[in-house]
Design a binder for this molecule. Structure first.
Ligand code: ZN
Length: 246
């Protein structure tokens, strides 16, 4: 069975503040009984590398290795800095074992589904915090296969290799805060920053993500509260909803 995830991304928190914000959100969710206080790696599916943050290798076209390398190494340096801080907080660890938080005792009061096995009985139902520059790569592989131009509203298909390559390059540049994060529309020829293009699921660029493994989509009527609203309340920032799968 493939593993899916719901993703809530804080799109406004800074890299420096991401860990503090993550702790506040975690504390809030634990206090509400939505997550258990103790972490464990057993509730998370294995990842060879995290697709949210290992973007350079995945996103760079195989035949263009000249310009992406320096940016790649600078990103790795930033990521290490963040990881060391994270590990010391015992909240997020990208170098050591990953930390996952199981659904808490109150989840059964907040989600009602008489027909299906409760998701909190699944082996991989943990919630994971990722505090690094990231975006949701499923946007490029599992979307409708197209992106909508913010300027003329045309949809452009990822089936066009040059457009897809340009789009992927722009995501890497955007994450590394480099210039060249714009994508030129094949219809109106206007260049727009990659964030502005509409993709399903959303690209969701940010410095903090909360990944809910195998949790049902938060828009479903079985939820008696809005999980994104709760997270928004504790973060105090803009929260973008996205989703994906392994
Ligand atoms: Zn356009």
């Amino acid at each position: 069975m493939s593993n899916t995830y719901q993703l809530l991304v804080d799109t406004t928190v800074s890299v420096e503040s991401a860990n503090v914000t993550a702790r506040e959100i975690l504390a809030g969710l634990v206090a509400r009984g939505m997550l258990e206080a103790n972490s464990s790696g057993n509730c998370l599916p294995a990842l060879k590398s995290d697709p949210l943050t290992q973007h350079d290798a995945r996103s760079s076209p195989p035949d263009t290795n000249t310009r992406s390398d320096p940016h790649g190494s600078s990103t790795a340096g930033d990521a290490r800095g963040v990881s060391e801080k994270s590990a010391s907080l015992k909240l997020i660890s990208t170098t050591g074992p990953r930390l996952g938080y199981r659904p808490g005792r109150r989840i059964a009061d907040l989600y009602h589904d008489a027909e299906n096995e409760p998701f909190w009985n699944l082996q991989f139902c943990g919630v994971e915090f990722v505090a690094q520059p990231l975006f949701n790569p499923t946007a490029l592989t599992n979307s409708d296969g197209e992106a909508s131009c913010p300027s003329c509203r045309s949809t452009v298909s990822f089936d066009q290799p040059e457009f897809l390559a340009q789009f992927k390059r722009a995501t890497v540049q955007r994450l590394n805060r480099q210039t060249g994060d714009e994508v030129v529309c094949t219809q109106c020829h206007h260049a727009s920053v990659v964030d502005a293009w509409k993709v399903v699921p959303p690209l969701a660029f940010g410095n903090l993500a909360i990944r809910f493994w195998n949790w049902p989509p938060f828009y479903m009527t079985q939820w008696s509260l809005s999980v994104p609203s709760v997270v928004r309340e504790y973060s105090g920032h803009t929260i973008v909803e996205s989703f994906g799968h392994l």
